[in-house]
Design a protein around this ligand. Structure first.
Ligand code: BES
Ligand code: ZN
Length: 609
């Protein structure tokens, strides 16, 4: 093997998996699971079909985390199963536990009989009070980045793509949904049994399941919403532009390859805004603003059907290939469906967030092709892969011109479809296509600097919005005491302008000034989660006691980590705030997802030291 090949192999190595796909590779998973809400566990089996890249390999290593492994069988060429030896290795707090299975010569599959544990990091079990209907329990999975292993024993690396089938048994009054195709129930099948197929090979972090009192509302021929009965209609109205969004991406980058595109609206404890599970995006209910103002999240998760799900980061170091491309495509969708001004406002807000974060990140974490060694990927994710990634693509677009860049992206998705690729693969492809056709691009865009250096290059095309200039002027007039809140010309402002306004206010504001704003604009009562969140941040920063009740209510009901984290971080800055943060967390904890709870515990622990 030549030196160049070594580097290639090395960059493909996944720090976050114990698996041995180079020797033996899982290609298909057949799940058979019982969902028990009483025991809060999934129990059953996973049949793993294997390929043997190394002919003499005799062991399969898969990832697990806190799984109870009951027994393992190997399937011989005749299709007969017999017990085979297995061993659980030492546990690592981040990676979990390797499971090594002896695979006899000639065996093409193994079947692992197992159950999940109560603390499974990829599962959240909700009691009825945490749902909108309050009558039934709810379960959902969140496998990205490395939590699939906490509910399925598999080679949990984005470089190991699998197809899958699943049979899921639930209490008969509940329904299971997955990021896969639902097989219609045939007569005579027992109630509560749900079957799914995913025929396209996907990375394991996209395997997803939810169980609850769910019903479906169609939006177009191929799009619809799953949600609890009280939410589904509202969600279908909020997301009614989904079909137009799909058509917008298809006309830019080629056809949608996954059949249906549905959304599942989860209970509010869902720790993310959205998760791009194939065929079925999982979404927080906090984007149901009533006026479609927060649907860029749908654009984002839909965009992942190309960037991420079709062309996938091979390792978590290459995460920017998923998210940077997706934010870029998201913005193109917003532009196509809602117009250039809306897209520019959203991009401007995003760049603002990036700049705030860059100011406090250490240089090594400001790099697109980031070094993650030793860290839990759940804690390593920042706006850098997202927004800096998007800005890099915007610079390429500006240098190439839109038509050439659109054609490049279209061919990129086609070329790498259903593959998991590294940053090096992308750079090589860029060089061989766009840069070869137009060498001037490489002179205008500092590609190596974007990929490997901290911060932002001195020059890049910066999104800016005219609609924000007026907002800044009004914020300035009010801040300078030149205008009262009631005189601010805000009648026509949209959500993005309100967010910009709130961010443009001075850091320090006294009680009277905050009360004036709240009386005139009613921020504390805002039904828009982003506006309310921005307002609560200001309230906490200025110890504005009027908002205490709202703050506590928000922290008790919403589990979205992007909202919780900054609020707790702001709270713990003062001794009184820290006491409140601890009190609220103690009460709220049981309702938080394990990922969100771990984040908040880190924040509270750090102050103690
Ligand atoms: N794939 C991500 C969510 C994710 C990333 C989960 C890493 C676990 C690990 C998803 O597409 C995403 O980026 N969601 C964002 C919303 C988006 C509009 C920026 C979120 O959840 O806030
Ligand atoms: Zn994303």
């Amino acid at each position: 093997m030549g030196a160049e090949n070594d580097i290639q192999e090395d960059s493909r190595h996944d720090l976050y998996s114990y698996a041995n796909p180079g020797e033996m590779r899982v290609t298909h998973v057949a799940l058979d699971l019982d969902v028990s809400f009483e025991d809060r566990r999934l129990a059953g089996s996973a049949l793993l079909l294997i390929d043997r890249p190394a002919a003499d390999a005799n062991r399969l290593i898969v990832d697990t985390r806190n799984l109870e492994i009951q027994h393992v069988e190997a399937r011989d060429a005749r299709g007969d199963f017999s017990r085979t030896a297995f061993e659980l290795g030492d546990s690592d707090p981040i990676l979990g536990t390797p499971l090594t299975i002896s695979v006899p010569t000639g065996a093409g599959a193994v079947r692992v009989h197992y159950a999940t544990s109560t603390g499974a990091s990829g599962l959240q079990w909700l009691d009825p009070p945490q749902t909108s209907g309050k009558r039934h329990p709810f379960l959902f999975t969140q496998s990205q980045a490395i939590h699939a292993r906490s509910w399925i024993p598999l080679q949990d690396s984005p470089g190991v793509r699998v197809t899958y089938t699943a049979t899921i048994r639930t209490p008969p009054e509940l329904r299971a949904v997955m990021g896969a195709e639902l097989t219609p129930v045939s007569n005579g099948e027992p109630a509560g049994e749900h079957r799914f197929v995913m025929e396209q090979a996907i990375p394991p972090y996209l395997i997803a399941l939810a169980v609850g009192d769910l019903i479906f509302e169609p939006m177009s021929e191929r799009t619809g919403v799953w949600a609890e009965p009280a939410v589904v209609q509202r969600a279908a109205e909020e997301f009614e532009d989904t079909e137009s969004m799909m058509q917008a991406v298809e006309s830019l980058y080629g056809s949608y390859r996954w059949g249906r595109y549905d959304l599942l609206v989860l209970p509010p404890s869902f720790p993310f805004g959205g998760m791009e599970n194939p065929r079925l995006t999982f979404a927080t209910p906090t984007i149901l603003a009533g006026d479609k103002s927060l649907v860029s999240l749908v654009a984002h998760e839909l965009a992942h059907s190309w960037s991420g799900n079709l062309v996938t980061n091979a390792t978590w170091r290459d995460f920017w290939l998923n998210e940077g491309f997706t934010v870029y495509v998201e913005n193109r969708i917003q532009e196509a469906v809602f117009g250039r001004e809306r897209a520019l406002m959203e991009a401007t807000l995003e760049v603002q967030e990036l700049e705030v974060e860059l100011a406090r990140l250490k240089p090594a974490d400001q790099v697109l092709h980031v070094d993650l060694s030793g860290r839990d990927p759940d804690e390593g994710f920042t706006t850098v892969p997202y927004i800096k990634g998007m800005l890099f693509l915007l610079s390429l677009e500006a240098a190439a011109g839109r038509p050439a860049f659109d054609a490049f992206l279209r061919s990129y998705f086609e070329h790498f479809a259903f593959q998991s690729i590294t940053t090096e693969d992308f750079l090589k492809y860029l060089e061989e296509t766009l840069l070869k056709e137009n060498p001037a691009i490489a002179e205008r865009v500092a590609i190596a600097e974007w990929i490997s250096e901290p911060g932002l290059p001195a020059e890049f095309p910066r999104p800016a919005s005219d609609a924000f200039s007026k907002v800044r002027e009004e914020a300035r007039r009010w801040s300078a005491g030149e205008a009262a809140a009631a005189d601010i010309a805000a009648r026509e402002w949209v959500t993005q302008q309100w967010l910009h306004f709130l961010r443009a206010l001075p850091e320090d504001l006294d009680e009277a000034r905050l009360r004036e704003l709240d009386t005139v604009f009613g921020f504390s009562r805002s039904g828009n989660s982003e506006i309310l969140h921005q307002w609560l941040l200001i309230a906490v920063r200025n110890e504005f006691a009027d908002a205490n009740g709202e703050l506590e209510h928000f922290l008790m009901t919403v589990g979205r980590r992007k909202f919780l984290k900054p609020l707790y971080e702001e709270l713990v800055k003062t001794p009184e705030g820290l006491v409140r943060a601890r009190k609220i967390y103690a009460k709220a904890k049981a309702g938080y997802h394990p990922i969100a709870a771990a984040t908040i515990e880190d924040i509270l622990r750090e102050v103690e030291q």
